[in-house]
Each structure stands twice: as C-alpha cells, then as structure tokens.
Design a protein around this ligand. Structure first.
Ligand SMILES: [Zn+2]
Length: 247
C-alpha cells in the first residue's frame, strides 16, 4: 500500500461514459492539475446516449447534452482537453478501431500515467462498457502504443511517434493498492459531478456529503481521512521482459 502525493507530468483518463471518471478519480485529477501542474486529457469513449429513463428524450439530444456536460465537468477540474470517441452507449467492443483510437490519444498526448476503470473483478459485476474501456486502455498502453508495428499508419501518415506509458491506475478496483489524499479537492470533485446534471439524482446540496463519504471509505483503507484508491499496474521499463517485448 502506498500513498501518492506527486502527480505525473501528463495523465490520460479513459472513461467509458460521461461522469465515470469524475466519480472514480475526479479528486485525484483535480489535485494533480492544481498541485503538480499535471496536464490531464480525458478520453470519453461513448456518448452516453442511453443514460435516461425519459422515453421522450432522443438519443441524439441526450448524446449532445452529455458530451457538453463532460466538457464542462472537465473544465471544472482544469483538464487540458477532452477527446470524444462517440461510440454508442452500451456499444463498446474490443475492436481494432477502438484500440487504434486509444493508441492515437496515447501517442498524441504522451501520458506518463493512464487512469481507467478496473476491468477485472471477481466479486462484483460492472457495466460492459466499463470492462471494455478498462481492458482496451490497459492493452493500448501495453503493448500497442509503444510498438511502432501496431497502427503504423499513425506514424507514417499522421506524424505520431510510439509512446511508452509507465503506469496504469485503475479506479473502481476491488483491491486498491495506491491511494491519493484528496482532502482539499472534495468540493471540486462534487462540482465536476454536478455538471453531469442529466445523470445526477438527489439534491445538489447532498452531493458533497456523498463524495465525502466515499472518500472516507477509501481513506480508511489507507489510514488517511479522505482518499481515492486505485490498483496500480507498473510496466517495468528496462526489464528483460520489456526489452524482449519491444523487439
Ligand atoms: Zn459508466
């Protein structure tokens, strides 16, 4: 177990639906942006066009609303950019197209760390899009993005270069092993979630309390008051395996 204080130079958050990344790592992204000057880019995989029980709402209008909400929520945190992949809600698959899009974002924004939803669970179940986005995020970081033989047209035709991500932080994990102290960023996390107005249930006034309660539960595992927890995967750069795989 480790408590992380410093943010990386650059981080890329791969979120399946609008609002998932704010709920999972909004405090961490806000802290890194404001304390470590981390350049954060959010990759929004789906347009969230099925996230309603309102039968009069059209998928097109909902998608437009939710993509705008994602931009506003990212602006609250201070994210540098949002990449909209616009797959249909519930339609994420581990396809070559989806992998190529995440690889392109990695090669374009060169993150040190990728944040995504933990796709591996043994006790609880999670949305299919969550599993697909987490799996593709990890696979894109290791090995597709740094091997120039994957999606070579991005290099020969788009001017991108292979890029090595050093770590992936998975939120929503059953076994978090790194924690970020988000004590000073609970309000910012709540404010960013509030921007997802089409998805938020319950009064705005109670949001900070709900965010705080979640941070207390994570903090108990780390021995600090308020935290967000992640399962960390480190890609051992320089190791024999890495050298072998990079051939
Ligand atoms: Zn979701």
């Amino acid at each position: 177990m480790e408590i992380i204080n410093e943010g990386p130079r650059r981080a890329l958050a791969v979120t399946p639906h609008p609002d998932d990344c704010e709920g999972g790592c909004g405090g961490t992204l806000s802290k890194w942006i404001h304390e470590s000057e981390t350049e954060v880019v959010v990759v929004l995989c789906t347009n969230g066009d099925k996230g309603t029980s309102d039968r009069d709402m059209t998928p097109e209008l909902l998608a437009a609303t939710r993509e705008r909400e994602q931009q506003e929520a990212s602006d609250v945190m201070g994210a540098a950019n949002v990449v909209f992949l616009s797959h249909p809600d519930g339609g994420l698959e581990d396809t070559k197209l989806f992998r190529s899009q995440v690889v392109r974002a990695i090669r374009m924004y060169k993150p040190d760390i990728i944040l995504a939803i933990d796709p591996y669970r043994s006790i609880s179940h999670t949305h299919r899009d969550h599993r697909m986005s987490g799996q593709v995020a990890v696979d894109s970081a290791f090995t597709y993005a740094w091997n120039e033989r994957h999606f070579p047209e991005q290099i020969t035709e788009e001017g991108l270069e292979p890029h090595r991500v050093t770590e992936v932080y998975l939120w929503g994990s059953e076994d978090p092993d790194v924690f970020v102290d988000v004590s000073d960023y609970l309000q910012m996390k709540a404010d960013s979630l509030t921007k997802h107005a089409s998805q938020m249930r319950g009064p705005v006034e109670g949001r900070l309390e709900r965010v705080t309660n979640g941070a207390i539960r994570s903090g108990e595992k780390a021995g600090i008051p308020y935290a967000e927890g992640f399962r960390r995967i480190r890609f051992e750069i320089g190791s024999r395996d890495w050298q072998y795989l990079s051939c």
